[in-house]
Design a protein around this ligand. Structure first.
Ligand SMILES: [Zn+2]
Length: 373
């Protein structure tokens, strides 16, 4: 099933052996991909080679398995030096990538993340991941599937992102919901355009129950959906509820999520939560819904909250405040798209502050996601 994507290689429109630059309005698939099966060593480690063939290249390593935990541990540079060591980040108050934390089914490392992490030079990099059991102990000789994605970075400040907005079963039968989703997507397009990302949304359907599970549990229908697409794309599923939680607005399948076929390679949004307590979309609900989409996909392409709402954990970016209390954080970051919750003075969406700001550092993270081509 993954074989489909072995051909999603660098695009050469005029067949002159040179990859053509991106044309405005046309998104050539410029991501190259290598897929293979592998087995961790007896200690539970697996070394994954990554060839960066152009200065300033971007890569993403996605490792999946049928069951059990996975974690990314190290990234070594062409000269053998350690670029990333999981132990520097595991207990840190600052978050760079979720890939250092053991997760079920998959681990995804997108690199570089911040401006100071790049640009990458040409050479052979090495990503070391581990296979773990359900208790988090190393488990040796485990079978995994590896996908290595690479692309050049023709313009670090802009790119295009293909998104399929797919309705879960029955949602498309609600005309008001469909109209509100489309209006929210239009606003999301504006929010991303402001940071150089040309969103290319398409609409589709996916045969899953509108009562969506927790995104991390994943669904086989999500892998199947990706495998059926002509082009690699980010998937956002619109359901009625997520994990039976009336107030969960949306959830992303990773920070970052995989730009590859996997059961959790999706962002879920709940139309019901976003419609507010009256379950009907008013104008302000639609704006909040657009910000939910932009926020959750922001997670998927690598953004953490600038501060978590216990005010003790922050993202690893220099240009988002490291504030230390609710008042200070709502004051300095309340208008940020990635603030952990909507900042409202009353019970309705009309009383909420617009959260439409991304810092230069955050914009850079988004543009370095391998799928923002
Ligand atoms: Zn969030």
């Amino acid at each position: 099933m993954i074989l489909l994507w072995l051909c999603a290689c660098a695009h050469d429109d005029d067949d002159d052996g040179v990859d053509d630059p991106k044309k405005p309005g046309v998104t050539a698939d410029i991501v190259s991909s290598t897929v293979y099966d592998a087995t961790s060593d007896r200690d539970g480690y697996l070394s994954i080679p990554v060839e960066v063939t152009e200065d300033g290249g971007i890569f993403q390593v996605v490792v999946t398995r049928e069951r059990g935990m996975l974690s990314t541990e190290y990234l070594n540079g062409p000269d053998g030096s350690a670029i990333l060591d999981w132990e520097d980040w595991y207990d840190s108050s600052f978050s760079l990538t979720e890939s250092f934390f053991p997760t079920e089914f998959a681990t995804t490392l997108n690199w570089p993340v911040r401006e100071e992490d790049g640009p990458l030079e040409v050479g052979s990099y090495e990503v070391i991941i581990s296979t773990l059991d359900a208790q988090g102990y190393y488990a040796g000789r485990e079978n995994v599937q590896v996908e290595v994605l690479t692309r050049a970075e023709p313009n670090a400040a802009r790119g295009a992102l293909r998104v399929v907005v797919a309705y879960a079963e029955g949602v498309r039968d609600e005309p008001d919901v469909v109209a509100s989703v489309e209006a929210a997507v239009d606003y999301w397009v504006e929010l991303y355009a402001a940071v150089g990302v040309t969103l290319e949304p398409e609409y589709s359907d996916i045969a899953v129950d509108a009562e969506l599970p927790d995104t991390y549990e994943g669904l086989p229908e999500i892998s199947a959906f990706h495998d059926s697409q002509d082009q690699r794309t980010l998937l956002m599923v619109v359901g009625e509820r997520i994990a039976a939680d009336r107030w969960l607005y949306g959830e992303a399948g990773g920070i970052p999520g995989p730009y590859a076929s996997a059961d959790h390679a999706a962002v879920f949004v709940s139309w019901l939560a976003n419609a507010g307590s009256d379950a009907e979309f008013q104008e302000a609900d639609i704006l909040l819904f657009g910000e939910t989409m932009a926020h959750e996909v922001g997670h998927f392409v690598g953004l953490f909250h600038p501060v978590e709402d216990g005010w003790e954990y922050w993202d690893a970016l220099e240009d988002t405040s490291d504030c230390t209390g609710m008042g200070a954080c709502e004051g300095s970051l309340g208008a940020n798209l990635m603030f952990p919750y909507p900042v409202c003075t009353g019970g309705s969406a009309a009383s909420c502050l617009r959260q439409d700001v991304l810092s230069g550092g955050q914009a850079g993270v988004v543009n370095r996601y391998v799928g923002v081509e």
